[in-house]
Design a binder for this molecule. Structure first.
Ligand SMILES: [Mg+2]
Length: 261
C-alpha cells in the first residue's frame, strides 16, 4: 500500500471504522475485484477477493455498493455476491437497489439518434465485434485489436465521432482500452455522490477502482472518504492511496473486516 495523500492516516482510518455509525464501501468491478479477460463474460472475481468480500457482506456492518461500467445484467451473470448488493451499472445510468427497484436514465431523442449514428459508423468501418451496446450508452473496446486498427480509430475515426457526440449532446469518456459514448454528467462520480447523500449519519467511506473512469468517483469522494487506486501501474490520479496487487486489495478488505467485526 502506498499513501498518495498525506492527509490520510490509514491506521487511524481503519481504527475509526469501528467507531462510526455507518460504513460505506463502494467498489468498481473489472480490474478491481476481477481480472481483465479479452472475453468480457469470462471475467469472474479473484477467488481470494470474493472470499473476503463474502465475509465482509455477511457481517452486515458495512453497506457495500458496486459501481461499474458494465450493464447490471452482465455483472449479475459474473459476480454471484452482487445479487445481494446495491449496484450502479453503465457508469451511473442504471441503478438496482437491494430490494430490487431498478431504474435506468431515459435519454433525449437526440441522444438516442446520436448513439445509433455511432453504432452505424462502427459497423461501417468493420468494428462490429468491438462495441458493446448498453442501456443508454455504447462502448468501443480495443483491448484485443492490433496496433494498426487502434491507430486507424485515433487518426480517422475520432474526429468524426467527436462531431457526432457534440451534435447529439453525448459525452465521450476514455477508459483503459476503449472509449464510451454516454449522456453528460452520468458517471461513477454521480453514483458516489448519490450514495453518500443517502446517508445522514456519521459515515466512513471508501471507493476502490482502477480505471480512468474511476477518477470521477475519486473526485466525488474526495474529502469525504478514501479514494483507492488499484492496479499494476501507478498513474497521475485523484486517489488517496494506491494498492498495487490483488494481495494488497485482499489485505485492505481483511483490515476493514477486522475493524468492523
Ligand atoms: Mg475497472
Amino acid at each position: 500500500m502506498k499513501v498518495l495523500n498525506p492527509r490520510w492516516q490509514i491506521r487511524k482510518f481503519f481504527n475509526d471504522l469501528s467507531k462510526v455509525k455507518q460504513r460505506l464501501l463502494m467498489l468498481d468491478y473489472d480490474g478491481t475485484i476481477a481480472p481483465f479477460k479479452v472475453n468480457r463474460m469470462e471475467a469472474f472475481p479473484h477467488p481470494e477477493i470474493d472470499n473476503v468480500l463474502k465475509k465482509l457482506i455477511k457481517a452486515e456492518k458495512t453497506r457495500v455498493i458496486i459501481i461499474t461500467g458494465r450493464p447490471i445484467n452482465h455483472l449479475l451473470k459474473l459476480f454471484n455476491l452482487a445479487k445481494t448488493l446495491e449496484i450502479w451499472g453503465s457508469h451511473g445510468l442504471e441503478h438496482l437497489t437491494v430490494d430490487g427497484k431498478y431504474q435506468v436514465t431515459k435519454l433525449e431523442q437526440v441522444q438516442v439518434k446520436g448513439l445509433k449514428e455511432v453504432k452505424e459508423l462502427f459497423d461501417k468501418v468493420g468494428l462490429s465485434k468491438q462495441y458493446e451496446l448498453k442501456p443508454g450508452s455504447i462502448a468501443l473496446h480495443w483491448r484485443d485489436l492490433d496496433t494498426y486498427k487502434i491507430e486507424f480509430i485515433f487518426h480517422y475515426l475520432l474526429g468524426q465521432l467527436q462531431t457526432t457526440a457534440s451534435n447529439h449532446n453525448l459525452e465521450i469518456c476514455s477508459f483503459n482500452s476503449g472509449i464510451e459514448f454516454s449522456t453528460p454528467g452520468r458517471n461513477k462520480g454521480f453514483a458516489v455522490k448519490y450514495s453518500l447523500s443517502e446517508i445522514k449519519e456519521e459515515v466512513l467511506s471508501a471507493y476502490l477502482g482502477d480505471d480512468l473512469t474511476d477518477e470521477h468517483a475519486f473526485k466525488a469522494i474526495k474529502n469525504n472518504g478514501l479514494a483507492v487506486l488499484v492496479g499494476a501501474e501507478l498513474r497521475a490520479t485523484n486517489a488517496d492511496i494506491y494498492l498495487e496487487s490483488t494481495d494488497e486489495v485482499v489485505d485492505f478488505f481483511q483490515e476493514w473486516l477486522k475493524h468492523t467485526t
